[in-house]
Design a protein around this ligand. Structure first.
Ligand SMILES: [Zn+2]
Ligand SMILES: [Zn+2]
Length: 207
């Protein structure tokens, strides 16, 4: 685990997304298949699972939302366009079938949209990987979900994605002065702006 400013970074195990902890908020909960691992990481931080007050899902996919049930005291926040997917059982937009696991439906307490605030972070709507994908931005750190990864990666388009939306979202993110990029998978990094520029270029060259 590593702490970047006030954000604790927990590397995803197996197919799990990374999770990020901002005080009593967890951003993405992984698949839920590795609960002992996730709880032990929280225990290292002296955080009980019941202390988590809010879950923010960067998007509806199973590898980011499957662990929501692990935090029964937490309210769930997700963009209004991805909320319906997790409110239904095994909705195609959760990609649970691709992961060969069931995803039970989950109530959504807070349907968020572009410009909303989560703690000190601003919500940026970044569709392209899913219709309701979001990134979180505090003028230094970008938590990017599966929109953009380190080393020039970007999210796949074939599970609810859209090419033109992705191009617009990457173009939006490359304008930010991102110092730390904290993506949904793989390693987090400084020099975030350069990594996002590489992602934008590989996207536009690839398609
Ligand atoms: Zn995804
Ligand atoms: Zn993912």
């Amino acid at each position: 685990m590593e702490k970047i400013n006030d954000v604790v970074c927990i590397e995803g195990l197996g197919m799990d997304s990374n999770s990020y902890i901002l005080d009593n908020i967890i951003v993405d909960t992984g698949t839920g298949l590795n609960q002992d691992y996730l709880y032990s990481k929280l225990a290292d931080l002296k955080i009980e699972k019941d202390d988590i007050e809010m879950i923010v899902n960067t998007h509806s996919h199973y590898d980011h939302t499957g662990g929501n049930y692990l935090f029964s005291n937490a309210k769930v926040a997700i963009h209004e366009l991805d909320a319906p997917a997790i409110e239904h059982e095994n909705d195609p937009l959760t990609a649970s079938a691709i992961f060969h696991h069931d995803l039970k439906r989950h109530d959504v307490d807070l349907k968020i949209k572009d410009g909303d605030k989560i703690g000190n972070f601003k919500v940026i709507h970044t569709p392209g990987h899913t219709p309701g994908g979001i990134s979180l931005w505090d003028e230094e750190i970008l938590i990017s979900g599966d929109t953009v990864f380190a080393d020039g990666g970007f999210g796949r388009l074939d599970i609810g994605g859209d090419h033109d939306d992705m191009e617009r979202s990457l173009n939006k993110l490359r304008r930010l002065d991102v110092k730390y990029l904290l993506p949904g998978h793989g390693h987090w990094t400084d020099n975030g702006k350069e990594h996002i520029e590489t992602s934008y270029n590989s996207f536009t060259n690839y398609f």
